[in-house]
Unconditional design. Sequence first.
Length: 399
Amino acid sequence: MELFKNTNFDFLGRKWPFIGMSLVLTAAGLVSLVLKGGPRYGIDFRGGALVTVRFAKRPPVDEVRKALGKRLPIEVQEVTGTNDDIIGIDVREDKELQNARQTIVDELNASFGQNNGKLDINAAGVAALADRLRDPLQRAGVPLNEQQLQDLAKNILHFRDTPPRSGLIRNIADLSAVPGVTPQVTAVLQQELYPAPFAIRGTEVVGPKVGAELQAKAIRAVLYALGGMLVYIAFRFEWIYGFAAVIAVFHDTIITIGLFSLFNKEISLTVVAALLTLVGYSMNDTIVVFDRIRENLKILRREKLETLINKSVNQTLSRTILTSGLTLLTALSLLFFGGEVLKGFSFALVVGIIVGTYSSIFIASPILIFWQDFMESRKKPALAPAGAPRETARRAKVK
């Protein structure tokens, strides 16, 4: 499908504004990285814990930050479409994590709960629940031996943790549906338990050593990807083509990371996945243009290199707009509607697609011209009639 036919835009004649914009963005990003001491890594890189809290009715995220920020250095993210918040904590040991988790529960209880000395059913374990119910059930005349009491506690917590409750009891009366919970037991439960309007649903911990290893592996993954592509393109085309393509992709990656620093966004494992995706995407776009240049070198042997590259870019324009445009729309949908968890991933894709598309045209292609001009400046002037066109077939090795 062709959107445009026989276009003749002078892309390379407008290369300098784009090169200037790239230099400004690169410099701004590098300055921001230096001033901030490097990228802002997520907890999965720097080490720490992610605690997922589910609310019966989620309060504004600013209130959660205010409640927890008094005693903990935390980061709170909303999970769009759910009643969950993800709380990031800088901890280094399991003991610190347990203390931080208890602090989270205490502060959320103080701000959003009303326990009145009762046991929180949404935070209780089997042992704590059985201990709390043992004496009250005996006083109420409920004949349960120790094994039956343990089974009752397990049944209650199993009921709490299965959908649609998924760890959050909203009303103690709902427990009447649990096997073994008679009206007498229900009365004891209402007397001894209360449902906090939130529950800790999960905790993920990454140690600092693991975080440092993840950083190193992420950097190596990007460098290996660039190196492998350089080798392939140098073999498939010519080394200067591979060099130009890798410079363009490196340019895309630096600008993307710089914008993450400028906007104070975290770099997590999902962002690294997005960076690797844009490396492949940008490289593929550049190869398409280079492949058309290589084909035209066989046909338009007496055209100037700049004219030939312009023709090649115009010939691939429809393909570039279709692929880049549709992919950009998908990435924008993720950015605006994908929720907080996908913000970093989708932001990297949006920036990478935009920067990667124009770098194929205005960064990679001019490098070929600059190299050719440099090589010609080192040669002695050829004995040729004035104004005779240069033969591009002598400037590039076609394989």
